[in-house]
Design a protein around this ligand. Structure first.
Ligand SMILES: Cc1cc2nc3c(=O)[nH]c(=O)nc-3n(C[C@H](O)[C@H](O)[C@H](O)COP(=O)(O)OP(=O)(O)OC[C@H]3O[C@@H](n4cnc5c(N)ncnc54)[C@H](O)[C@@H]3O)c2cc1C
Length: 285
């Protein structure tokens, strides 16, 4: 439970953080809330030579509505996200999911940027960010760029971020039409991490027919994923229980499920189906 020795640097701007990462040539890691990275270091599953602390960078904090997007600074904590009135009003499923993360201490320290950049297969926010088609605003040596959430997570603990890139903020588009959304999760009893979590966004026409469905699942499989087969099964259908049950049966399609001490691969596959159905039900209730 003792990490290997490391150096500590504190960045006062995003540009300085990028410069520090660059100067350590792949040996440095960003430190935000530390609630994923430090446990990994204590278990010696990560041994960065240098930690670049971004915790004091004001530019990375805050929540704003900009045009049709809700923009959340990377250092925004889960507590801030779950309580913010703009988030609750515009994207209630995001506030809801943030409020279900871990316990109060974890929510007060853990950040949105760290949750997504950590790419833990059991984290809650990747599912919500996938269903909302979020975009990550990234700063690197070549300047600023955007990475769509769908292209961001490449595997367990693996993202499209380069070794000297920093997530500055996350842009969550606010769906323009009549829509409903929800997040439902089966949490690990010890940590609160998602053993299965489903985020659902349904765009409905005036008669209640589903024009477009976005469904994303976390926790159950080896990485968070869009459940495209469920989305196809929902499109053009009435938003009712029978349709939800039939569509949710396809929630495990295209994903890879491994077992561990807590749950077998088959059980996780089953949980993905059950929690997809529950999220769909919750969205229209
Ligand atoms: C007991 C416990 C229970 C938890 N339960 C849950 C849960 O139920 N659901 C859940 O989703 N999460 C859970 N978490 C995780 C927690 O919510 C944090 O979101 C998570 O630890 C990552 O955020 P952080 O700010 O702590 O990131 P850190 O630990 O500081 O960093 C995580 C990773 O992201 C990188 N990183 C961080 N910020 C940036 C950035 N801006 N740009 C580029 N890279 C960056 C770091 O280099 C590191 O690789 C739990 C954690 C603990 C300890």
């Amino acid at each position: 439970m003792i990490p290997t020795a490391f150096d500590y640097e504190r960045a006062s701007s995003v540009e300085e953080a990028v410069h520090l990462l660059q100067s350590h040539k792949g040996e440095a890691r960003i430190l935000a809330g530390g609630h994923s990275l430090l446990p990994l270091m204590k278990l010696r599953l990560a041994s960065p030579a240098v930690l670049v602390d971004i915790g004091g960078i004001q530019d990375l904090k805050g929540i704003a509505v900009e045009g049709k997007d809700l923009v959340v600074g990377a250092l925004t904590t889960h507590s801030e996200l779950s309580r913010d009135e703009r988030v609750k009003k515009n994207l209630p499923l995001l506030a809801e999911a943030a409020g279900l993360i871990g316990d109060l201490q974890v929510r007060n320290r853990g950040t949105v940027g760290g949750n997504l950049a950590g790419a833990d297969p059991a984290s809650d926010l990747p599912a919500v960010a996938l269903a909302l088609e979020a975009r990550l605003m990234v700063e690197g040596p070549q300047g600023a760029k955007e990475i769509p959430m769908e292209d961001f997570i490449l595997g367990p603990l693996l993202t499209a971020l380069g070794p000297d890139e920093v997530v500055r903020a996350v842009r969550f588009p606010i769906p323009a039409e009549t829509w409903k959304g929800a997040y439902a999760k089966f949490e690990h009893p010890a940590s609160g991490y998602a053993a299965a979590g489903a985020a659902v966004v349904l765009l409905l026409d005036e008669g209640g027919t589903i024009k477009e469905a976005r469904v994303a699942i976390t926790g159950a499989a080896d990485m968070a994923y869009r459940a495209r087969a469920v989305e196809e099964a929902l499109k053009g259908e009435k938003a009712d229980e029978e349709v939800f049950t039939r569509a949710a049966e396809q929630a495990a399609e295209g994903a890879s499920f491994s077992g561990d001490l807590f749950a077998s691969g088959d059980y996780r596959r089953h949980l993905a189906q059950v929690y997809t159905r529950r999220a769909l039900r919750k969205a229209v209730s």
